[in-house]
Design a binder for this molecule. Structure first.
Ligand SMILES: NC(=O)c1ccc[n+]([C@@H]2O[C@H](COP(=O)([O-])OP(=O)(O)OC[C@H]3O[C@@H](n4cnc5c(N)ncnc54)[C@H](OP(=O)(O)O)[C@@H]3O)[C@@H](O)[C@H]2O)c1
Length: 245
């Protein structure tokens, strides 16, 4: 890892060896950001980073594994040594929907595992990295959420007509939205902006029937990562529009 960023912003994107996260890395790097591509598997991370390096982009891999929080501290220490700050954190890691299980029958194991990855690990990683983000003159935290975490959506009886809801995934994203709002409040007197993104219905490995590609799906998180100083905080957005909580 080079010793400094030559004045460029530094971003860490988690779960970025494939899917939307990889597209977020490409788009941030194309905007001149030095990108740390998070992956739980070092080889997968290196391989993904090489595809972007081949296009001349400043991207390198970093191991972030929710099952091994030591990797969170190792990442923090490596970023501190190399850059002394972190400007952008995109919490993109997520395990997908299991549509087979509603609130009536979801196994506790699935519910706990989903919360562990989609919620608890995000809070844990963010808290460990916060001292580095506080050293940025314009820190940005983006939580990759989902419209299916919107309680307002679920509370609309008309939406029930579209079928059963997968509780584990939906509720984990609702909790992530709560973290977004609470963290934005806790950091209200700092320059740090904290927002949640809905990427759209994106065609990736867990969602082969997605309606848009990862490039388009990445756009909301990238825009929130690059917000100007007068941009919003404590919001939930899709393509520049507010999503109801
Ligand atoms: N696709 C959609 O339509 C859609 C819609 C709304 C929200 N989202 C959200 O967008 C984000 C990215 O989704 P995606 O569709 O791009 O998913 P994806 O292609 O399955 O990518 C998920 C990424 O997260 C990583 N990951 C999963 N579990 C992990 C763990 N325990 N520890 C570390 N890394 C882990 C995966 O690593 P491995 O390669 O090692 O498994 C992969 O890099 C997720 O938060 C998802 O909930 C997606």
């Amino acid at each position: 890892m080079s010793r400094h960023s030559d004045g460029r912003r530094v971003a860490l994107v988690t779960g970025a060896n494939r899917g939307i996260g990889l597209a977020v890395c490409r788009q941030l790097a194309e905007q001149g950001v030095v990108v740390l591509l998070g992956a739980r598997d070092a080889a997968a991370g290196d391989a993904a980073a090489r595809t972007l390096q081949a296009d001349g982009l400043a991207v390198r891999a970093m191991v972030i594994d929710t099952e091994n929080p030591d990797t969170f501290d190792a990442a923090r220490d490596a970023i501190d040594r190399a850059f002394g700050r972190l400007d952008i954190l995109v919490n993109n890691i997520g395990i997908g929907c299991d549509w087979a299980y509603t609130a009536a029958n979801v196994p506790m194991r699935l519910l706990r595992d989903t919360f562990e990855i989609n919620f608890f690990s995000v809070v844990d990683l963010t808290q460990r990295l916060l001292p580095l983000i506080e050293k940025s003159p314009a820190g940005r935290i983006v939580n990759q959420s989902s419209a299916i975490g919107s309680l307002a959506g679920h509370a609309t009886p008309a939406s029930w007509a579209t079928g059963d809801r997968p509780l584990a995934y939906s509720a984990s994203k609702t909790a992530l939205n709560a973290f977004t709002l609470h963290l934005a409040c806790a950091l209200r007197d700092t320059p740090i902006k904290v927002n949640a993104a809905h990427p759209g219905i994106v065609k990736t490995d867990p969602n082969p029937n997605g309606l848009i590609g990862p490039e388009e799906g990445a756009q909301t998180a990238v825009a929130l990562a690059l917000l100007p100083d007068d941009g919003p905080t404590g919001g939930f957005f899709h393509q520049g529009e507010s999503v109801p909580w």
